[in-house]
Design a protein around this ligand. Structure first.
Ligand code: C2E
Ligand code: CA
Ligand code: CA
Length: 750
């Protein structure tokens, strides 16, 4: 064994006979010895005249056996003492053969006693070899000094050779076996060392525990520090784990050789706790009682640490370290259970969504925006009392759980106040506002998701009512959000079930009423409720992401319908088709490809397609929008800015966007006659549109008066009930069929 691989002797297991067999052999040997010695004694002392040299041999053999038996120790194979015994018998026989009968017993006995002592002390084959050689030399010496041997020297010599050969064979086999054991011990020691495991061996009958140095190292002790008292081990086990360890280690009904395992904490000398995995085997006696246990101890602190880390990560947001949605819902569930037991206690959930965070994201970049989110998390934590919690639900959404609160609106105001101070990131001062929705437990919730949904709905209302404000969920909102939920699940099926329809509203030259195009407007043919307008389900579709399949369907069906008309009516070739896109659709990375795919599939020319987007789309993400607009423009597709005037400061960047059409919102048109200031606004918008070389379409034209006024102001195109309501495809088809008779359609304006 090399120096590096050497392990302390105590770590090596010994080749062992099963203890039960050792004990049996020992007792048999002792009994047999006593019987033979007794027989020999009676023969020689009680009946001296009958003595015969062969009797001595029995006596000698008996004593040898006795000593051999005595030299057995528990757990040791009986091999070495048995060989000594054999030597003793042979020696006695040789001495008798040589005619030295009187000395035979004493001589042989002496040799065997010495052998036994050597065997007990050294227990090694090497000692056996030395002893055997000495014995044979002694015999040879004695033989040489006998003046008149009874046997010839040749015969004696051949005896010696036979014994020598036997001896050689025995010793060689023995050494070989020992080498094999040593090799396997070395393998085992290396494996134990490589596994970096501690070893332990506990003799329960003697109450002695052996712990290897590595075992002690795991708990931070020096080799000598823990004695052989099992208390040194068991007192270190964590009090919370102790009962479990006892149960694992002393499980009933386990036979010998069965394995056990236990994961628990043990106290380290530094005062901390370490996780260990203890494995072992039981040794039982004939009655099945555990008499000994031995095994290994592995330090699994690191693994446990990783496991805990994983668990923590699964329940927390990595950016802010706040609890995530899963953990928040879990806490909410507890809060609900708590109010069921104590109805006088009220909890509240505040749902918080930052206003226009995407703009910040684009302006300062993701890294800086992340810093803002972290800073917000810190500020939110400041608004909480003990027992409350705040979570990041994802993106720029946070939620606060206020337990036992009387007036959550006060907390909401405190939150808004905290957010007022600008955030300093990347050398910039950033102002952030948030829309907050509150749900209160008194509304009678049973599921966490319901509470969160109501708070979410209230937050949406806060957004709809102008952002940076607080709304509280009430019974009406609760009912609304429930019906929305139902509608949402039905909408998912609506696309597949073919319940969506497109209606087409004509867009005309106001002066001549020539048809220039259609706007495709979605309808939902609901199986129970009849035709539902888009105002009711488009916002829902946008919230849930359903707008993607819904919008895709509208685009494809619009183009498909147009191609059908183009096939049937030559005049239809001049018409354009307007399709509305919501912001989520517009910002989808695959948008342009998808549109191209639809156009290719339906054979509708790109320059006859007009996509309508609202100002809010641009506000959400101006940089991306500009890029997408450019790509659309490159492929010939036109874009209209819808509902113009309802948004914010869009005039500022209007000239930078590659647009084709501006649609004046119908609310302007409707109030135009009652509010002269609005006329001035419309006039300005039309002039601006002209100067940017855009088409202007007035929406919501309901009366001749509207049409005349708008025309006077320079607006060429119009859309409204005055000309036509949105039409089902069949009705739109009738108009197309009558086209040549009605108008010589001018070229669609560029
Ligand atoms: P919008 O884009 O502003 O569409 C024009 C709306 O004004 C239509 O309402 C139309 O019926 C209505 N309208 C037309 N002429 C008049 C009029 O003279 N007086 C009045 N009071 N209203 C008039 P509709 O069809 O209910 O659509 C509502 C909104 O739903 C649309 O507003 C559009 O934003 C959205 N929408 C419709 N279809 C789609 C779609 O396929 N995708 C997306 N994302 N949104 C759509
Ligand atoms: Ca529109
Ligand atoms: Ca519009």
């Amino acid at each position: 064994m090399s120096g590096a691989a050497r392990t302390p002797n105590a770590e090596r297991p010994r080749a062992q006979l099963p203890e039960k067999d050792v004990l049996t052999v020992r007792w048999l040997a002792i009994l047999a010895s006593v019987a033979v010695v007794g027989f020999g004694y009676v023969y020689r002392v009680v009946l001296p005249e009958a003595h015969d040299p062969w009797i001595y041999r029995f006596v000698v053999a008996g004593v040898c056996l006795l000593v051999a038996g005595m030299s057995f120790l528990p757990g040791r194979p009986g091999f070495i003492p048995a060989v000594y015994t054999l030597f003793g018998v042979i020696t006695a026989w040789v001495v008798v053969l040589l005619g030295m009968n009187e000395f035979a017993p004493e001589y042989a006995l002496g040799l065997v006693v010495i052998a036994a002592i050597i065997s007990a002390v050294l227990r090694s084959t090497r000692a056996l070899a030395v002893y055997g050689a000495a014995t044979l030399a002694g015999v040879a010496l004695v033989a040489a000094r006998i003046p008149e041997p009874r046997v010839s020297p040749q015969l004696f010599g051949s005896y010696l050779v036979v014994i020598l050969v036997l001896f050689y064979i025995v010793v060689r086999n023995r050494l070989r076996a020992e080498r094999e054991i040593a090799a396997s011990e070395e393998r085992y020691a290396l494996a134990a060392q490589g596994a970096h495991d501690g070893l332990w061996d506990w003799d329960l009958r003697r109450g002695v525990l052996y712990l290897s140095p590595r075992w002690k190292e795991i708990v931070g002790c020096e080799d000598g520090e823990i004695g052989s008292d099992p208390a040194g081990w068991f007192d270190r086990i964590h009090p919370d784990d102790r009962a479990r360890v006892d149960a694992d280690l002393f499980r009933r009904g386990q036979g010998a050789g069965a394995l056990f395992e236990s994961e628990h904490r043990v106290r380290h000398s530094d005062g901390g706790w370490r996780w260990v995995l203890v494995r072992g085997v039981w040794v039982t006696d004939s009655r099945g009682a555990i008499v000994r246990m031995a095994g290994s101890q592995t330090d699994i602190s690191q693994r446990k640490h990783f496991e805990e880390q994983l668990l923590h990560d699964a329940l927390h947001d990595s950016l802010t370290g706040l609890p995530n949605r899963a953990l928040f819902l879990d806490r909410l569930e507890r809060a609900i259970a708590h109010t069921h037991r104590h109805p006088e206690r009220q909890f509240a959930v505040i749902f918080l969504d930052l206003d226009r965070f995407k703009v910040i994201n684009d302006r300062v970049g993701h890294l800086a925006a992340d810093q803002v989110l972290q800073a917000i998390a810190e500020r939110l934590l400041r608004c909480l009392r003990a027992g409350d919690s705040v979570a990041r639900l994802g993106g720029d959404e946070f939620a606060l759980l206020l337990e036992d609160v009387d007036n959550p609106a006060v907390v909401a105001q405190r939150v808004q106040h905290e957010l007022q101070a600008p955030f300093e990131v990347a050398g910039q001062q950033l102002g952030v506002t948030a829309s907050l929705g509150i749900a209160i437990s008194s509304t009678g919730f049973s599921r966490p998701v319901d509470v969160l949904r109501d708070a979410d709905a209230a937050m949406y209302r806060a957004k709809a009512r102008g952002r940076a404000r607080v709304e509280i969920a009430d019974a009406e909102l609760h009912a609304h959000s429930l019906s929305q939920l139902e509608l949402e699940s039905q909408l998912r099926e609506a696309v597949e079930n073919g319940e969506l329809r497109l209606h087409f509203q004509p867009i005309v030259v106001m002066e001549t009423r020539e048809l220039v195009g259609f706007e495709a407007l979605l309808r939902w043919q609901h199986p129970g409720r009849g035709l539902i307008g888009p105002e009711e389900f488009i916002p829902l579709a946008e919230q849930t992401g359903m707008i993607m399949p819904v919008g895709r369907w509208a685009l494809r069906d619009g183009c498909r319908q147009m191609r059908e008309w183009r096939g049937a009516f030559p005049e239809a070739h001049r018409l354009w088709l307007s399709v509305n896109l919501s912001s989520r659709q517009f910002l989808h990375p695959q948008l342009v490809q998808e549109i191209h795919a639809v156009l290719a599939e339906t054979g509708f020319p790109p320059d006859r397609l007009r996509l309508e987007i609202t100002e809010s789309v641009i506000m959400d993400d101006p940089a991306t929008v500009t890029r997408v607009l450019q790509r659309l423009r490159e492929s010939g597709i036109r874009v209209a800015l819808d509902d113009f005037g309802t948004g914010y400061s869009s005039l500022a960047y209007l000239h930078r966007l590659p647009l084709d059409t501006l649609k004046i919102d119908r609310s302007f048109v409707h109030q135009m006659h009652t509010d002269p200031a609005l006329q001035a606004v419309i006039q300005t918008v039309i002039s601006l549109s002209d100067s940017l070389r855009l088409d202007t379409v007035a929406e919501g034209v309901e009366t001749d008066e509207d049409a005349r006024a708008l025309h006077r102001m320079g607006c060429r195109l119009g859309q409204g009930f005055l000309f036509s309501r949105p039409l089902a495809p069949a009705d739109a088809g009738h108009i197309l069929a009558a086209l040549p008779a009605v108008l010589a359609a001018p070229q669609p304006p560029r």
